[in-house]
Write a protein that binds this ligand. Structure first.
Ligand SMILES: [Ca+2]
Length: 438
């Protein structure tokens, strides 16, 4: 049972002009039921143009009214449960290994600290990183993402995504402290990107290295509700996009290099860092280490949450338009009817706000300990705590299978160096995902 729900991922209930009470519960003080009710209410007031949550008029031929594919058999053969690894964290938002085989899990705390769980489950008393003085935390703001360089063991470089004290997004490089694997040096910060945020919500926050060695950055549409300035479809702004940058080199005037094969390099009026467009708030995304596919959980506005699979075989989303704000999930949003769908990448899976409020993208399980989960992509809803699975190798349109009802405010999944998966409960716990054969 959730001890405290502090929703950081925007739901459609987000009001205009900043963190609304329903999405600004980062203090961890509001009871789960309150947050859930507030954010899961059927479209309160801040949705100017949605057709409403109960009118899924499909325009894609793969609408919610149909049954696209049979449910994943995993739900019939595996019972998924969670086992607490460690608790007592302050609004944890993410967990990850460092890629060195250290067995450590690094836990991101919203206020601007990174704590370490050692292999034996003990939590180090001193934080690995503390940049709280640079971070504005609360609601959907804070230290939101962490990624270790693929060659971290050798170069000691790591990357963070946070909201600075002016309310803007910063992606920065930091360095492990000299002579210590237990601490990153805050003074080593090298800012790569600073992106103005017009509203307090939809900051994105996920960063991770792809199998190509480039850093992918998720940025929300800038916030408010309904993407009022239509930024996600505007290639001149990084908002509402997935970016792809090379942190190992620098172009003139930049703190990074733009990979030459980014899709909009050389296009007039387009930001060359853009990898894919049309996302609302890609709060969590991940790469499948086996296939290289990019999986995105894109938080919806008022009715539909979605999961997108951008396959390596089809370019891993290179130049893809994921549809927002033309569409929310598989349904027209703006315009509410007859939206143009040509060239849009449709979600692999959706669920409605009748069973949740904000999707938390997860991972494809490729570890060893939970054989029953092999090849399943797990994701969750941050209000209901429900966890679903889809088949990572399955069709392009799938009906997600419910594999657990946790009741926890799951704000993230995490993956360790062995490929084992974790759930991050913003109430303070990191829990291991366990799949037991039925
Ligand atoms: Ca979409």
């Amino acid at each position: 049972m959730a001890a405290a729900a502090s929703l950081v991922v925007a739901c459609g209930a987000s009001g205009t002009g900043g963190a609304s009470p329903s999405s600004a519960a980062a203090s961890g003080s509001s009871p789960a039921g309150t947050a859930t009710a507030a954010t899961n209410a059927p479209v309160p007031s801040a949705v100017p143009s949605a057709s409403g949550p109960a009118s899924p008029v499909s325009t894609s031929g793969a609408g919610q009214g149909t049954s696209p594919t049979p449910s994943l058999p995993i739900a019939d053969r595996v019972s998924l449960s969670l086992a607490e690894v460690a608790g007592g964290f302050a609004s944890p938002l993410f967990a990850t290994g460092d890629g060195t085989g250290s067995g450590r899990l690094y836990v991101v705390e919203q206020a601007g600290r990174v704590r370490v769980i050692e292999r034996d489950g003990t939590v180090r008393a001193d934080p690995f990183l503390d940049i709280a003085s640079r971070v504005a935390a609360g609601g959907e703001r804070g230290l939101l993402g962490l990624a270790f360089h693929p060659r971290y063991a050798e170069n000691g470089l790591l990357y963070v995504d946070y909201t600075d004290t002016a309310g803007n997004t910063v992606v920065a490089e930091l360095r492990r402290a000299d002579g210590s694997a237990d601490r990153a040096d805050p003074a080593s910060e090298r800012v790569l990107l600073r992106v103005d945020q017009p509203y307090a919500n939809h900051n994105g926050g996920m960063i991770d290295f792809g199998p190509d060695g480039y850093l992918y950055v998720g940025l929300g549409d800038g916030g408010s509700g309904g993407d009022p300035e239509n930024r996600a479809q505007d290639l001149s702004t990084p908002l509402g996009k997935l970016l792809r940058i090379d942190v190992d080199a620098r172009d003139p005037g930049l703190a990074y290099r733009v990979p030459a094969d980014n899709p909009f390099v050389g296009r007039s009026g387009a930001r060359p860092e853009i990898w894919a467009s049309g996302v609302r708030n890609p709060w969590r995304f991940s790469f499948d280490p086996t296939t290289g596919d990019l999986w995105v959980g894109d938080v919806g506005q008022s009715a539909w949450e979605e999961v997108d699979r951008l396959t390596a075989a089809a370019g891993r989303g290179r130049g893809a338009n994921l549809g927002w704000r033309l569409m929310e999930g598989r349904v027209c949003y703006e315009p509410a009817q007859g939206c143009p769908t040509d060239g849009l990448t449709m979600p692999l899976a959706v669920y409605g706000h009748d069973v949740g409020c904000a999707v938390t993208g997860g991972y494809v399980y490729r570890g060893r300990d939970q054989a029953g989960l092999a090849g399943a992509y797990l994701f969750a809803d941050s209000c209901s705590g429900r966890i679903w699975a889809v088949d990572a190798a399955g069709p392009d349109v799938q009906e997600p299978a419910v594999v657990a009802e946790t009741g926890r405010p799951i704000v993230s999944f995490g993956r360790d160096d062995d490929g084992e998966l974790y759930v991050v409960d913003i109430g303070g716990s990191v829990l291991r995902v366990v799949g037991t054969a039925k």
